[in-house]
Design a protein. Structure first.
Length: 368
């Protein structure tokens, strides 16, 4: 992709096509002091009032900059890299890297005091968004530390379980996570509107026999189905399922596809919770196709091809993208010791905001 100029028009040149950039699109991005507030980077005018017939009088390219002179008297020098950054949907991270059980990249780092606003944190979050999970080791085991860590990269989102929740075997439980049972790979809270984006689990101690954690790349499974089982991919990405949670204080419901696609038909979100899904009544042959596809999806989640398995150690914090990465655990025997994890949720917008802040702080925007 590159920028070209012809007859006072600006074009984006791709390998197989050329796209003209509308003059108003460029004019809206002219950050002159009289047009933009420096403190907030917000416009000081209403762009809808610009003349719809706005023209470019003159344009030139020099030293990585595009200079444009508009016929309304505004002249601005654009950094071409900054334009490309926005044209790439302005994401602060690279495209997801799909993985399976053969993943060799070590997605973990040791916690260091005061690492929250460092390049190390930038690298951590970059890798988190690339792979969908990350492990931070040797953190303090103070039960309040998880909130401190979560709020350093985002904002904790309270739910009916509280600001945080305790994952341990309880006598009076309202979710099977609070038992010692095997929990198959799943995404959390598909019954919420919106579904929590990121989950963090802090291992306070794990002395049990068993209780291994599992993670699976749901995007990788979706891509596998798309290439090898097209009918299964189609029905899982077009059938809305009802997810429901009930306890004595609340009933929560939401609908969504197991594989939700974006406008380009790329996987946007995975919803999978065998304990909480209710498929609507459909024609028998369509339901049969759905059940077969769901069975295949679950089988792949538990397969040696896609599942990573490891045991969380005292002081570990694992964070995973709840729109992508499924997680679970094996059953455990409490006779040999206790297992206690502290959990919470945060949302994508706050962590992406943290990434952009660190990019700006360390001038990292163009160093990917």
């Amino acid at each position: 992709m590159r920028i070209e100029i012809a007859k006072n028009k600006v074009f984006l040149k791709f390998p197989k096509k050329k796209l003209e950039i509308h003059p108003i699109w460029l004019r809206e991005r002219a950050r002159l002091d009289k047009l933009h507030d420096k403190n907030t980077d917000q416009r000081l005018y209403d762009p809808s009032e610009l003349n719809i017939n706005l023209k470019i009088k003159k344009a030139s390219i020099s030293n990585g900059h595009l200079n444009v002179n508009f016929n309304d008297g505004i002249n601005f020098d654009y950094d071409i890299k900054e334009l490309f950054y926005e044209l790439n949907k302005n994401l602060p991270y690279e495209k997801p890297i799909l993985w399976n059980s053969k993943l060799k990249y070590k997605l973990k780092t040791d916690y260091r005091e005061n690492m929250f606003d460092t390049i190390s944190m930038y690298d951590l979050l970059q890798n988190f968004y690339k792979y969908g999970f990350f492990l931070i080791k040797k953190t303090p085991t103070d039960e309040n530390f998880l909130v401190k860590f979560a709020n350093s990269i985002g904002t904790v989102r309270p739910t009916n379980f509280g600001t945080t929740f305790n994952v341990r075997s309880e006598k009076n439980y309202n979710d099977l996570a609070y038992t010692n049972h095997h929990i198959a790979a799943h995404t959390d809270n598909p019954y919420r509107k919106p579904v929590p984006c990121i989950q963090l689990l802090h291992c306070i101690y794990n002395e049990t026999k068993g209780g291994f954690s599992t993670v699976v790349d749901g995007f990788a499974i979706a891509e596998y189905l798309k290439k090898n089982h097209k009918d299964s991919f189609k029905i899982l990405s077009t059938t809305k399922v009802r997810y429901r949670f009930v306890d004595k204080n609340v009933i929560l419901e939401n609908w969504g596809e197991m594989i939700e696609l974006d406008e380009n038909r790329n996987t946007k979100q995975i919803r999978h919770s065998h304990r909480l899904d209710y498929v609507p009544i459909l024609e028998k042959n369509k339901l049969e196709k759905f059940y077969k596809a769901r069975k295949l999806f679950s089988k792949l989640c538990a397969s040696k091809k896609f599942e990573l398995k490891f045991k969380l150690e005292t002081g570990d914090i694992i964070m995973f993208d709840n729109y992508r990465t499924l997680h679970g655990r094996t059953s455990f025997d409490e006779q040999g010791g206790k297992r206690f994890l502290k959990g919470c949720y945060i949302d994508h917008d706050s962590t992406e905001g943290k990434l952009r802040f660190l990019e700006r702080k360390f001038n990292l925007k163009w160093k990917k």
